[in-house]
Design a protein around this ligand. Structure first.
Ligand code: SAH
Length: 376
């Protein structure tokens, strides 16, 4: 008789999987076999773990253990090759995860791409790709220009649900980890640093079990200063991106209410003292809102703020959305802003939007289902 209560194996690390096996009277190495099946072979049911003896599989299933992979509910494909996945969790909540392939031209970025990338090459064949991963259902931070904010915060994702999104997309795209160059950006729905423990556990699983190098992962935060400090002390950690989006406290507060809790002073102090690894840079993201934070004077203020920090800036012209009270600046305005930063000695890049037509670009993730689905 299968147990009523369910225990999810996805999200457990090697030590925890080994403890499950040993507790059921199995040898230690069964833990390694479980990790291999769940994280590397991407098996989705205990029954299908063919390396385990049938009797042990039955014991696990009867005790209520299951893998617990989230399920791709629908997917939407953009003309630029981007795919937005709507992924369903076990309690029927859902999140979005975005796949952004890059073509053969070699113009892909360096692992810091969000929902936008420097090139928007149509990619019938791709040789590298970025997966944009969610960390919460909804978000509590309430940035005024972001559609995810409209959902409010519904709940944190577990470590298993964060890793599960990545496994779902890798499986759907038939990616063999050894052959492909994949970047992960934790820039989907939610604020990773308000779900810190689960997020960090997911990172360790992705590095130690799935096989992603840390150098191919970037996490973006709206500026949770206490967690930026904690993050700097982690022995395994992605690269760090900070959403700036304002050039002075008053302006930043208007668009990011969180600035009232952690002001620019505190944020930039944390950035300045952040223990970067050799050749590592911080990334600052700056969403340009027409007539709000996109003036030459704003750009000069950014130069002043970031002076002395080993950093680069990614400029993102607002991706529009229903009910967002902001406009997108013209290309000329964006280019002028970029020039001020570059002349001020700050490397600055303009992000080309990816998947705007399917609502997959930065700030557009809102679990919309109204678009034509290509998936199940
Ligand atoms: N909560 C984290 C992770 C989300 S990352 C953070 O705030 O950093 C998403 C990135 O997209 C952030 O840099 C955010 O500022 C940016 N963004 C949000 N809404 C946007 C929009 N409508 N257009 C363009 N970029 C947007």
């Amino acid at each position: 008789m299968p147990a009523e209560q369910k225990f999810e194996l996805l999200g457990l690390n090697l030590e925890e999987l080994t403890a499950v096996a040993v507790e059921k009277g199995q040898p230690q190495y069964r833990g390694e076999q479980l990790a291999e099946a769940i994280y590397r072979q991407r098996v989705t049911s205990v029954d299908a773990i063919s390396t385990l003896p049938f009797a042990f599989r039955t014991v696990l299933a009867d005790a209520g253990f299951r893998i617990g992979r989230p399920v791709i509910h629908r997917s939407f494909a953009s003309v630029d090759g981007t795919v937005r996945y709507l992924i369903r969790l076990s309690d029927s909540e859902s999140v979005e995860t975005v796949w952004m392939p890059e073509g053969d031209g070699g113009e892909a970025g360096d692992g810091t791409e969000a929902g936008d990338a420097e090139s928007a090459t149509r990619a019938p064949s791709w040789n590298r790709a970025t997966i944009c991963v969610s960390s919460q259902v909804g978000c509590a931070v309430n940035c005024q220009f972001c559609l995810t904010a409209k959902l409010g915060i519904r709940r944190n994702l577990s470590a298993g649900e964060i890793v599960g999104q990545v496994l779902d997309v890798l499986s759907d795209q038939k990616v063999a980890m050894e052959q492909q160059r994949i970047n992960l950006v934790f820039m989907g729905m939610g604020e990773p640093f308000l779900n810190y423990e689960n997020f960090m556990k997911a990172v360790r699983l992705l590095v130690q079990e799935v096989g992603f190098p840390e150098s191919r992962m970037t996490v973006s935060t709206a500026g949770i200063v206490s967690r930026i400090i904690d993050f700097g002390k982690e022995s395994i950690r992605p690269k760090l991106a900070i959403s700036l989006n304002g050039s002075n406290d008053a302006g930043r507060e208007d668009v990011m209410p969180i600035n009232r809790k952690w002001s620019l002073d505190a944020l930039l102090e944390a950035a300045r003292t952040f223990p970067l690894r050799s050749r590592e840079k911080l990334t600052f993201e700056y969403v340009l809102l027409r007539g709000v934070n996109d003036s030459i004077n704003n750009a000069r203020e950014v130069v002043h703020l970031l002076r002395g920090i080993r950093a680069k800036v990614n400029l993102i012209a607002l991706n529009p959305g229903p009910d967002l009270p902001f406009g997108t600046p013209s290309e000329e305005i964006v280019a002028a802003f970029q020039q001020v930063l570059i002349r001020g000695g700050i490397p600055a890049f303009v992000r080309r939007p990816r998947g705007r037509d399917i609502y997959a670009a930065c700030g557009q993730l809102k679990r919309t289902e109204e678009l034509v689905a290509i998936g199940s």
